[in-house]
Design a protein. Structure first.
Length: 203
């Protein structure tokens, strides 16, 4: 008989399964078979497969948030800290399209993802303040920026939007963060008039 895996190893393997496969296409029996364990061991963790999945996603997102903060703390430059933080939290911690769809399909799952997004942008506000104080960022109200990112997060993770654009959630956020950090206008080169300057008639 195979040696019983430790709880830590078991949960790590279970997490790897569910963040790739999601949960809607699996039953408790399927999960137990894939994990080569008894159904009882699954039920010891959660009463339903939905509760199991949401709890695992919460833990994964919390760990991903801390990873972002840790990466930002390693940067002395405020602007680099923001860019590093956003990149570290970019891909919803490795949740596949199937897992994200399942997480977004229930009220409890949406609440977990919403809480993650809110915590992420609230942490960003302090970094923006630091960047402005260092003279590295253009002064803007940090709350306006964080709310804009929060609002975009709700739209960019929408599966219909991703299907229509052909983008992955990671690619969508990459483009959005590029806009936030660098803006829409091409920066003029030295000696070259700014956009629209040549069109102004002389008086």
């Amino acid at each position: 008989m195979a040696k019983r895996r430790t709880e830590e190893v078991f949960l790590k393997e279970l997490t790897a399964l569910l963040i790739v496969e999601g949960v809607s296409s699996l039953t408790i029996a399927d999960i137990a078979q894939r994990m080569q364990c008894s159904r009882r061991r699954i039920y010891e963790i959660a009463a339903t497969k939905e509760e199991l999945f949401v709890n695992i996603c919460r833990q994964v997102l919390d760990a991903n948030l801390e990873k972002g903060f840790a990466a930002a703390r390693g940067e002395a430059d405020g602007a680099k800290a923001i860019a590093t933080y956003l990149r570290a939290t970019l891909n919803a911690s490795g949740l596949s399209k199937a897992a994200l769809t399942d997480l977004d399909s229930t009220e409890s799952g949406r609440a977990v993802f919403d809480a993650y997004q809110l915590a992420r942008v609230r942490g960003l506000e302090d970094m923006i303040d630091d960047g402005v104080r260092q003279g590295l960022l253009v002064p803007h109200n940090p709350r306006v920026i964080s709310e804009a990112i929060l609002g975009a997060a709700h739209r960019l993770r929408n599966q219909r939007f991703l299907e229509e654009t052909g983008l992955s959630i990671g690619a969508a956020f990459t483009e959005f963060y590029e806009i936030v950090l660098n803006g829409l206008l091409v920066k003029p080169q030295a000696g070259v008039p700014a956009v629209g300057a040549a069109a102004r008639p002389r008086r």
